[in-house]
Design a protein around this ligand. Sequence first.
Ligand code: GAR
Length: 187
Amino acid sequence: MKSIVILASGSGSNAENIISQFKKNGTIKVTAVLTNKQNAAVLQRCERLGVPAFYFNREAFSGSEAFLDMLKGFNPDLIVLAGFLWKIPSQLILAFPDKIINIHPALLPKYGGKGMYGAKVHKAVKDNSDVETGITIHYVNENYDEGAIIFQAKTAIEPSDSVEDIAKKVHQLEYEYFPKEIEKLLL
Ligand code: GAR
């Protein structure tokens, strides 16, 4: 059985989608979800779905052996950032080479970098009157949103689309493609 560990900071709708998709799969399993937000909605989702979920603080995350040991204890074949907003410390990148991936809600290299997440990305896309946006799934390196790109998918934007409409379109792409791309990486 291949093991996935998900890191999520917020709502966790992608985490839920990935967990649900792989519940039907006999060879891949979400072993744990880790969050840096004590009251993140992803925690309730995990409780409902029966997936172990754990909270960690910044001190634990940025360099403690205990955190690394916990992560190694899950024996992850892939660590998936699904709406996770902290930069990954180099210690973790070195410990899991080519095993940490992220999803970004835009077509990188556009709209990436520190502070570009969630609705802020969609608002920037709207403010620039872009005619398309999309998703980028990429490996994680020491810099925000700069690791090698694995997959991108696009969606058209109508002039009448609100920021919320754009977010919905992007989420649909994420739900459709993120589990598929994870599965491909693990096959
Ligand atoms: C997703 O759209 C994801 O692409 C984005 O946060 C959202 C989380 O939604 N990630 C980033 O912006 C990372 N820079 P969710 O919590 O409902 O899965």
